[in-house]
Design a protein around this ligand. Sequence first.
Ligand SMILES: Nc1ncnc2c1ncn2[C@@H]1O[C@H](COP(=O)(O)OP(=O)(O)O)[C@@H](O)[C@H]1O
Ligand SMILES: [Mg+2]
Length: 315
Amino acid sequence: MTDILLETQGLKKYFNSPAGEVKAVDGVDLIIRQGQSFGLVGESGCGKSTLIRTILRLLEPTEGKVFFKGRDINSYRKNELLKLRKEMAMVFQDPHLSLNPRMTVFDTISRPLKIHGLARKKQELLVQIVELLHTMGMQAEHMVRFPHELSGGQKQRIGVARALAVEPDIIFLDEPTSALDVSVQTKILKLLEKARQERNLTFFFISHDINMIRVVADVMGVMYLGKIVEIGPKELLLSDPLHPYTQGLFQAVPEPDPDKIIQEVQLEGEVPSPINPPPGCNFNPRCPFVWDLCKEVEPMLKELEDERRVACHKY
Ligand SMILES: Nc1ncnc2c1ncn2[C@@H]1O[C@H](COP(=O)(O)OP(=O)(O)O)[C@@H](O)[C@H]1O
Ligand SMILES: [Mg+2]
């Protein structure tokens, strides 16, 4: 088994709001191994973006710990945080917002290279930027373009090239293709996978789109109302989902794999508010298998065989 790259322990992020405390991330224990492509899926608002922003220390955790290469990232000093920014990169959801409209492609990708001292002279920058553009299926001539001269797909390729530029260990990708057409999406996901293999990278994808996650992930997690409810190898989760929420989610996929066994479960109702989550298992108001225990006791993420973990009193 490969080394653990990233681990969270009891990670929580609560926000204050006029309506009360928002429990956006509510006790997440995760292990990401070196070289994995991890995909976390869950409905909009379940806390995916908050989770990765807290892992990246763009947000301070309310409680819990993040270990990167075995070290608690809260113990990093200011000068070490810059190094962390090089080791953990991020691709943002909306390429139209994440690129500075006044910067050319050359300037956009040069910036992290200069900040982290990976290239200083113009010649070094040019060589590296051309190589990064080629990796993302673009040409040297794109260097002089401004964001408004690029298509949505090209902008996101630049977003990825910028993340790759710092030679990170792990890249977090927050709905990286949800703003793009399906054909453009597929191309970018293929280029990403190629780059991951060539550069021995670890990916952490988050998306509400199960069809996207099942293409990119080798290990899959399912999030519901601030908690991970199920996690394990992708093939196992797809062929035999255990948590009632996972079963409902996969049934909602428009074109399910014909080989896949899907149990008859209907997801009823709306996602409850993370301000006053239901007591016990927070999925209990929507669960077709609910019993008394589920309304009183919160199920822990239990380890089953084959590296699967599920948080449900049925198991
Ligand atoms: N800065 C914030 N202040 C208050 N509430 C927030 C803030 N950021 C996110 N939230 C709330 O936290 C919950 C999780 O949001 P988010 O992490 O964006 O979910 P996802 O990425 O899964 O759609 C939502 O209820 C959202 O409204
Ligand atoms: Mg989000």
